[in-house]
Design a protein around this ligand. Structure first.
Ligand SMILES: NC(=O)c1ccc[n+]([C@@H]2O[C@H](COP(=O)([O-])OP(=O)(O)OC[C@H]3O[C@@H](n4cnc5c(N)ncnc54)[C@H](OP(=O)(O)O)[C@@H]3O)[C@@H](O)[C@H]2O)c1
Length: 333
């Protein structure tokens, strides 16, 4: 059955999470320059119970690659709540949140990635996989996703990291080129280049330490250090711009629903050391911050950048989502 399309026109600064690009099943473009032309109704109208305030006119399909991860879980939750028809992938941890159809995917296999994108036929893909320093996942896997997205002509938002920078210049805006120090940073930088070249219409979004309401690796580490159940220190000279996972997911979905291309910085508004971040987490969670061991990265045999501050102000100007700083989102409840 071919859907019936009512066409409506609205201005560009409407709801942040509204998908507004690509083509409907009929091949109708959703977006023209300066105006969004969106398709209503048909066989993909919003299901009852969905947040229609975020997506009032029709449903578009999004694929969250790495949906079982920390960021991916929040992306899946928000995308489904906003009314996207949501598909998501896991690699080793099946299950995942409700509201999405789940698919097993290993991005190291170009064939698997091609097959999945052809089967799901998403309007937008957010690639939130993390393979750490494993080149085959982080660099080659991102290449496979970008190539597959280019083949099917869908929107791609690729998540990158402040680890692409050495810290030599401290402040980094969207125009800065990578100069990584670690294998992880090098793989993320290679992935950025692959995405840019294979999918010039894609959005590459660099972010920093991702914090939640208790669930991130960073928060778990602070709890373990405060409890004395693990060794380690929190560096006082290692500075980043932590971001809240809800802000980050919302901003990524905002990008997914736009046709903005190029480099974006999605980090929190404030720069602080890992120790200062730990103290704020400890205070929020009622832990004794004085128990947190401190150290200096400069004195430790740990490779990596010291002071990397992603400047997100140019990206923030065009976003409805506000990227809060850690002192704000970690306020004592
Ligand atoms: N966390 C941070 O503080 C931070 C900071 C800067 C940038 N980032 C970036 O943000 C993104 C999300 O990070 P995160 O912390 O949410 O990562 P995460 O929790 O470690 O999740 C990683 C995701 O990637 C999937 N994955 C791993 N290997 C895979 C493979 N071979 N094929 C397909 N999927 C695979 C995992 O699936 P399974 O778990 O099912 O195996 C999981 O869904 C990444 O791009 C990361 O580089 C994170």
């Amino acid at each position: 059955m071919s859907p019936s399309w009512d066409v409506t026109v609205r201005t560009l600064d409407a709801e942040a999470l509204q998908p507004a690009h690509g083509r409907g099943p009929s091949g109708l473009p959703y977006r023209t320059h300066g105006l969004d032309v969106v398709a209503l109704g048909g066989d993909r109208a919003p299901r009852s119970g969905q947040d229609r305030t975020a997506l009032p006119w029709g449903v578009m399909r999004i694929l969250i690659i790495g949906g079982s991860g920390f960021l991916g879980t929040e992306l899946v939750r928000q995308a489904a709540a906003a009314g996207w028809e949501t598909a998501a992938t896991y690699c080793s941890r099946p299950g995942g949140g409700s509201g999405a159809s789940w698919h097993r995917l290993d991005v190291r296999s170009a064939g698997q990635v091609d097959e999945l994108l052809a089967a799901v036929a998403p309007h937008a893909v957010v690639d939130a996989t993390s393979g750490g320093s494993d080149w085959a996942v982080t660099a080659d896997g991102s290449f496979h996703v970008a190539a597959a997205a280019a083949k099917v002509g869908c929107r791609l938002v690729h998540v990158s990291s402040d680890a692409v920078f050495s810290g030599a210049r401290v402040h980094y805006d969207e125009a800065c080129l990578p100069d990584p120090l670690t294998p992880y940073g090098a793989a993320k930088a290679a992935a950025e280049t692959a995405v840019r070249l294979l999918s010039p219409a894609a959005a590459v979004a660099r972010t920093s330490l991702i914090i939640g309401d208790g669930g991130s690796a960073h928060e778990r580490m602070v709890h373990a250090l405060a409890a004395g159940t693990r060794d380690g220190v929190l560096f006082t000279d290692d500075v980043r711009c932590p971001v809240h996972v809800q802000d980050l997911a919302r901003a990524l979905l905002e990008l997914a629903g736009s046709d903005r291309a190029g480099m974006f910085h999605l980090a929190g508004a404030d720069a602080l050391s890992r120790h200062r971040l730990g103290v704020l987490i400890a205070r929020r969670d009622g832990l004794d911050a004085a128990r947190l061991p401190t150290g200096r990265r400069a004195d430790a045999p740990v490779p990596g950048a010291l002071d990397v501050r992603l400047d997100s102000s140019a990206t923030q100007e065009h976003l409805r989502t506000r990227l809060r700083g850690a002192p704000e989102f970690l306020h004592v409840r």
